[in-house]
Write a protein that binds this ligand. Structure first.
Ligand SMILES: *[C@@H]1O[C@H](CO)[C@@H](O)[C@H](O)[C@H]1NC(C)=O
Ligand SMILES: *[C@@H]1O[C@H](CO)[C@@H](O)[C@H](O)[C@H]1NC(C)=O
Ligand SMILES: *[C@@H]1O[C@H](CO)[C@@H](O)[C@H](O)[C@H]1NC(C)=O
Ligand SMILES: *[C@@H]1O[C@H](CO)[C@@H](O)[C@H](O)[C@H]1NC(C)=O
Ligand SMILES: *[C@@H]1O[C@H](CO)[C@@H](O)[C@H](O)[C@H]1NC(C)=O
Ligand SMILES: *[C@@H]1O[C@H](CO)[C@@H](O)[C@H](O)[C@H]1NC(C)=O
Length: 487
């Protein structure tokens, strides 16, 4: 009986031991997801939080356990597991907090305060954004998502959200699934700046994780290429708005404004600028051209150039360029100048002809053309430029007012007028003027002549009379003498 009892008790003990040994294995394994670079808090479930209870957190990798941290009698002992130096245990809840996670931290974490032991499988996700999240407009962004866990890795479904405008963009470019996924956001725009969300999902094991990341896209807030039309003599302001203030860009960069005159391969650097890490802009004039001014703007995130009296030869392409680490982007304003002229210049003689020329400085886009239109005169007349011709001529034989319009998609962009004056109207006035002038002169001269003639005649008469008197006196004297002699 005694032996039997001993056997019984030893069997019991074996069963007990087995049971004890099996318990941890059979305990339900929990699943938790962590994100590389962030922290994760693992909970030791089902424990009555006794203040001075002994607890032990361990990490298991390839069947080898190592202690992360343990707690006994109000004292904390650090173990030798790889993440020990990044771990701490909350003394009340006995939760384990691991900071600055990395892919290697994936594995089994066990917490034993007393039986049953709690076992948590930590799944780590790591999201890497190319260029540290800093881009120039038109560049591609590449995202790499990696996962690691102690068990087999699930296939993940991934979606990207832009927080502010809720755009969902998903394009998995390359798939080294299940460990590694590569996604691309192509040709970023300045407006793609902001916080993005990467949503990672899997059914089994359940993963439902949002990972946020910041994107800054340095660029221009306006169009990349804009055509500006103006007429000779006008004032033009070319401007470029940079977004470095808005997106709080933190790196310094440089830039410049180049001018490529129309029909001339030479490129002139008009000025250069730099933006410091404190987002202050400095502009330095590089050319000795005096026909343009750099305008100061507040806040200083805009490049503004003023051309006061535009000439045909100011046309061409004005290109604002940003550069950072040898990567460049640009935004261009094509300045098109319109001019009207007449050949021969001056008023139109009666029965004569002249040619009116309307031209723009550069080639016109296919949706644009020039149009001469007679505004007043005897009859309505219109002449349109040929496709791809930057000028239109019209022969004129009558006076009137002509307008040249630059039409884009049948909308008038700019207009210039030319008044053809009639020459004979102008001449007859001159003739009348000349006749009046000549008559006045003739009358004046006549008067002078008459006056002079009259006074001359008077003088001659007086001289004649004097001579006659002299003669008479002489004769009288002679006579008396003779009489005296004869006495
Ligand atoms: C996954 O984690 C294990 C355990 O730390 C590590 O040895 C392995 O290198 C990790 N895999 C990757 C791809 O980081
Ligand atoms: C993840 O983010 C999206 C978009 O902000 C949101 O709709 C979703 O509820 C989030 N999911 C989780 C698990 O946080
Ligand atoms: C930026 O421009 C200012 C003013 O011309 C100059 O003093 C400064 O050295 C420049 N900084 C860089 C980084 O080029
Ligand atoms: C444009 O032409 C005028 C004369 O028509 C000249 O005085 C001026 O210097 C020229 N400007 C440029 C930028 O070439
Ligand atoms: C053009 O119109 C104006 C005003 O309607 C008029 O005074 C002028 O005489 C006209 N010119 C010609 C050449 O018809
Ligand atoms: C002709 O053009 C000038 C300047 O563009 C403008 O001031 C004037 O009013 C125009 N004349 C007519 C008759 O349209």
């Amino acid at each position: 009986m005694e032996r039997c009892g001993a056997v019984m008790s030893s069997v019991l003990a074996v069963v007990l031991v087995l049971q004890l040994g099996l318990t941890p294995i059979m305990a339900q394994q929990e699943q938790q997801t962590g994100v590389a670079g962030k922290e994760v808090i693992l909970s030791c479930k089902d424990i009555n939080y006794q203040k001075d209870m002994n607890c032990n957190w361990k990490y298991k990798y390839k069947e080898a356990y190592s202690t992360i941290i343990s707690f006994s009698k109000t004292k904390i002992f650090k173990g030798k597991a790889p993440m020990t130096h990044r771990s701490e245990m909350k003394s009340d809840s006995k939760q384990l907090k691991v900071s600055d996670l990395n892919l290697d931290d994936a594995g089994i974490y066990t917490c034993s305060c007393h039986s049953p032991e709690v076992s948590i499988s930590l799944h780590v996700l790591k999201l890497t954004v190319s260029s540290n999240g800093h881009f120039l407009a038109n560049e591609d962004l590449q995202l790499t998502l990696m996962q690691n866990s102690s068990h087999s890795q699930p296939h993940l479904s991934i979606e990207l959200f832009h927080i502010s405008n809720k755009i969902v963009t998903t394009e998995i470019l390359q798939n080294e699934a299940p460990q590694k996924y590569i996604l691309k956001l192509k040709q970023l725009k300045a407006t793609d700046s902001g916080t993005w969300m990467c949503h990672v999902y899997s059914n089994s094991p359940l993963i439902n994780q949002n990972i946020s990341f910041d994107v800054k896209v340095l660029g221009f807030e306006d169009e990349r290429l804009e055509i500006m039309y103006t007429t000779v003599g006008n004032t033009v302001i070319l401007s470029w708005h940079l977004n470095f203030k808005k997106i709080e860009w933190k790196e310094g960069f440089i830039g410049k404004l180049n001018w490529e005159p129309q029909g001339n391969a030479a490129i002139h650097e008009l000025f250069a600028f730099n933006v410091t890490t404190r987002r202050e802009m400095h502009k330095i004039k590089k050319s000795n051209h005096i026909w343009f001014e750099i305008l100061e703007t507040k806040p200083d995130n805009t490049i503004k150039v003023k051309i006061p009296k535009v000439q045909l030869n100011h046309s061409g392409q004005y290109q604002c360029q940003l550069e950072i680490n040898s990567r460049r982007i640009w935004s261009m304003r094509a300045l098109v100048v319109m001019q009207v002229s007449a050949n021969p210049a001056g008023p139109l003689s009666r029965g004569g002809k002249m040619t009116l020329l309307c031209q723009v400085s550069g080639p016109l886009p296919s949706n644009a053309h020039l149009l001469w239109e007679r505004v007043n005169g005897t009859e309505m007349e219109i002449k349109k430029s040929k496709q791809h011709e930057a000028k239109v001529e019209v022969d004129v034989s009558a006076p009137g007012l002509w307008n040249c319009h630059l039409m884009e998609n049948n909308n008038r962009k700019i207009s210039l007028n030319y008044t053809v004056e009639e020459a004979h109207v102008w001449n007859s006035y001159a003739v009348i003027g000349a006749i009046i002038g000549a008559s006045v002169l003739v009358i004046g001269l006549a008067c002078v002549c008459i006056i002079t003639g009259m006074s001359w005649q008077r003088r001659r008469k007086r001289a004649k009379r004097m001579a006659q008197a002299k003669q008479y006196l002489l004769e009288k004297k002679t006579c008396q003498c003779q009489r005296r002699m004869y006495k």
